[in-house]
Design a protein around this ligand. Structure first.
Ligand code: UDP
Length: 251
């Protein structure tokens, strides 16, 4: 069953992107936590969207997510292009930090799942140092098999977090959250991709000037050139939107 959405959205190929600003998104999530409402948050870019357009299973996951925010500038561009603009880009990385800021005051409990063992340890202690009011109630690396899912879920359920951040790569993290969302029953469950690598200091985020020129993708390509195949989804997406103008809002 698809969730009811009590906020404005723009549909891009049937995927409902939230039109809320960062501030509104954080407030909306704070009320999900207050109501203990299990919420699957997807932070999507054109790569993830193209993947969903071309893969029905991934499309179902997007449709069933409670909120999808525009992580990529490509999504912001597409919404502008079809004449139904978003207020702003809401990146997963910034959203994580904004949630930690509020969590610092509210004493929210956070569980961090994903990345390599030394990365998750370093990311957890960094966040704890920056936000001492947040309770990190558990963390574990993201390299486990399906056989271990039950043990991983039990550990999360026992820790009773308000927020669960999952960093296992878009291909794995969103299907994993969608599959176990009822069992996990955490108010905010959010895939955060490579964020723990950046928080731990293992990877650097693009400098501000590059981000403001919308060149974050280029920075990533330079740092991790093996991504080029996946990143071809970006020009393919732009071309598709231009070709389909007028039909993008429909499925
Ligand atoms: N990762 C993980 N388990 C896996 C695969 C990846 O925990 O089975 C972690 C990886 O260490 C990294 C994060 O997931 O911290 C994102 O991985 P990647 O950048 O390869 O994925 P993408 O965001 O490109 O989909």
């Amino acid at each position: 069953m698809n969730p009811t959405r009590d906020y404005a959205t723009v549909s891009i190929y049937g995927v409902p992107f939230s039109k809320m600003t960062m501030k509104e998104t954080v407030d909306w999530m704070a009320s999900a936590i207050a109501d203990r409402r299990p919420t699957h948050v997807i932070t999507a870019n054109p790569i993830i969207l193209m993947n969903a357009i071309e893969n029905e299973h991934h499309m179902r996951i997007m449709e069933q997510a409670d909120i999808i925010v525009a992580d990529g500038t490509g999504i912001v561009w597409a919404a502008d292009y079809i004449g139904d603009p978003l207020q702003e880009r809401v990146t997963g990385f910034d959203l994580l930090y904004e949630l930690m800021k509020v969590g610092n005051d509210k004493g929210w409990k956070v569980y961090m799942l994903g990345a390599a063992p030394e990365v998750i340890e370093a990311a957890a202690s960094r966040l704890q140092q920056l936000y001492p009011g947040v309770q990190i109630v558990g963390c574990r690396d993201g390299f486990f098999t399906e056989k271990e899912d039950e043990a991983v879920i039990n550990d999360i359920v026992q820790a009773q977090p308000d927020l669960l951040f999952v960093a296992r790569g878009a291909e794995t993290q969103e299907p994993w959250i969608a599959r176990y969302r009822e069992q996990l029953n955490v108010p905010i469950m959010m895939g955060v991709g490579g964020s723990f690598d950046v928080i731990s200091g293992k990877l650097k985020r693009a400098p501000k000037w590059m981000r403001s020129l919308r060149l974050e993708w280029f920075y990533r390509l330079m740092k991790e050139p093996w991504r080029y195949k996946r990143m071809l989804a970006l020009p393919r997406f732009v071309w598709k939107v231009v070709r389909d103008k007028g039909k993008v809002k429909k499925k």
